[in-house]
Write a protein that binds this ligand. Structure first.
Ligand SMILES: CC(C)(COP(=O)(O)OP(=O)(O)OC[C@H]1O[C@@H](n2cnc3c(N)ncnc32)[C@H](O)[C@@H]1OP(=O)(O)O)[C@@H](O)C(=O)NCCC(=O)NCCS
Length: 170
């Protein structure tokens, strides 16, 4: 049974591997290897994920079964793109599940807890950005009532990509 809990410092090495693995599984086929390598180098290491876990402005949740990390989500509250019509909304910064756990309910548990964390932060609205070429994630977010309200640019290495901005109330 999957438990959702806040990440602990001791999770940092495994979380770094999970973040890099899930990012590569999701995007390597559609991106330039040099851009992927640059993004991974800038974004994932035990030290970087430890900083994220220690960051009081960022909530990192993990889905765990028998000490194995199955997925993670990160939530924060702060400024948002202008297309998100809300004061200090919450944001789901990342939500990634290891591929063997897709379609098994881990994503749903992490999403429910992410929404709850957004409410606990006092936000009335929650938003996220998702690559326009990620139809499974967009379907998943629509099932949770997120609607498209705009777009922004997300850099993968040197490649500027179009992310769809989606939002819903809490
Ligand atoms: C996005 C993610 C969190 C969704 O979790 P999941 O467990 O796969 O979710 P679900 O199985 O409920 O799938 C979501 C919906 O996608 C749709 N779907 C499944 N496979 C699909 C595909 N290949 N293309 C388009 N839609 C697809 C289905 O409609 C499904 O809804 P259903 O319940 O009505 O069948 C998970 O797939 C994941 O971690 N993906 C890799 C990382 C990622 O893309 N994260 C989001 C970055 S913004």
């Amino acid at each position: 049974m999957t438990i959702i809990r806040k990440a602990e410092i001791s999770d940092a090495p495994n979380l770094a591997q999970l973040q890099e693995r899930t990012f590569c599984d999701t995007f390597a086929a559609d991106n330039d290897p040099a851009d992927m390598a640059l993004h991974c180098q800038q974004s994932y290491s035990a030290a970087l994920q430890e900083q994220e876990i220690r960051n009081p402005q960022l909530i990192t949740l993990v889905g765990v079964e028998q000490r194995q990390l199955q997925g993670f989500a990160q939530v924060r509250r702060g400024p948002a793109p202008s297309c998100v019509d809300a004061d200090q909304p919450a944001e789901i910064l990342r939500l990634y599940i290891d591929k063997q756990w897709h379609g098994k309910g881990v994503a749903q548990q992490l999403m429910e807890q992410s929404l709850e964390q957004g409410r606990l932060l006092g936000a009335a609205q929650i938003w996220l950005g998702v690559w326009e070429r990620n139809p499974r994630a967009i379907s998943f977010y629509k099932k949770y009532g997120f609607v498209e309200v705009g777009e922004h640019v997300f850099m993968v290495g040197s490649d500027a990509q179009r992310d769809v901005i989606m939002t819903r109330s809490l």
